[in-house]
Ligand binder design. Structure first.
Ligand code: FE2
Ligand code: FE2
Length: 267
């Protein structure tokens, strides 16, 4: 039991601390050169999450659960701080106090939602209270479908407008994921009656197909950007970042599918 707590905590922190570190870089790249204070804050978050990532990799699964619980608290505080920073930046952009900056408000909001998700995961792990499986399936899918829909929108807007075919593909993904998100919200509204095994199984199957195809699109885009074969203002690391987040969603869907069919508790 405590072994599983350690393994799951480390897995979660390793994945999300790298994500938070990269958000700091993306935000920094979108600030104007005169925003030195914001750039400095972003740099500080970069090194904080770089340290956390290193520490998470230095622990093994045999670590003392009490030590990991303290580590989770420390990471939770850092996630709270970066969340507050992102919300502050969002406020500045929306009030037109950073004219000419290159961070889209939706992108900043998106990264703050990911920070908040990370914080919640840490609270759930430390509190030892995970959602019952049917609720977890709906919550996680609502969260990640919206994340995927946002990614498609970001890709569509950061590709060069002359890349007409790719822009069109990104727009189609954005539409598909908006539809899937609304379906998920409908299913959520029909809870608990909607939480039957066949409905949840079909929900996971349908989402998996679309996420796998978006993941493949992101992988292609990443490879094309890395090889400088397409025109865009997408940082190669951002292309890889959104690809990894799609992979994570697929991994979570598979874990749910296994738990649903295997009838194990909690996924
Ligand atoms: Fe992200
Ligand atoms: Fe994301």
């Amino acid at each position: 039991m405590s072994n599983e707590f350690v393994a799951r905590s480390l897995e979660e922190v390793r994945f999300w601390s790298r994500i938070m570190k990269e958000h700091s870089l993306f935000l920094k790249l979108g600030f104007r050169c005169e925003d030195t204070q914001l750039i400095q804050e972003a740099n500080q978050f970069y090194s904080i999450f770089e340290q956390i990532e290193g520490k998470a990799h230095s622990f093994t699964e045999a670590a003392d659960p009490a030590q990991i619980q303290r580590f989770n608290l420390e990471v939770h505080a850092a996630a709270t701080h970066i969340w507050a920073f992102k919300r502050k930046v969002l406020g500045l952009i929306i009030q037109c106090k950073l004219p000419g900056g290159n961070n889209f408000p939706l992108l900043v909001d998106h990264t703050s939602r990911e920070a908040n998700y990370f914080r919640n995961r840490l609270e759930e792990l430390n509190g030892g209270r995970l959602d019952p499986l049917p609720d977890a399936i709906i919550h996680e899918n609502v969260f990640f479908l919206r994340i995927m829909a946002d990614h498609a929108k970001f890709i569509g807007h950061l590709l060069d407008p002359s890349e007409r075919q790719l822009v069109e593909q990104a727009r189609n993904f954005s539409h598909d994921f908006d539809q899937l998100l609304f379906q998920a919200i409908d299913l959520s509204g029909m809870r608990p009656q909607s939480q039957t095994e066949p409905l949840l199984g079909q929900f996971l199957d349908q989402n998996r197909v679309s996420v796998a195809s978006l993941r493949d699109f992101k992988k292609t885009a990443r490879d094309l950007i890395e090889a400088c074969r397409i025109k865009s203002i997408i940082h190669p690391l951002l292309a890889d970042h959104v690809f990894r987040e799609a992979e994570r969603f697929l991994f979570i869907i598979d874990a749910f599918e296994g738990a649903l069919t295997g009838k194990q508790a909690g996924a």
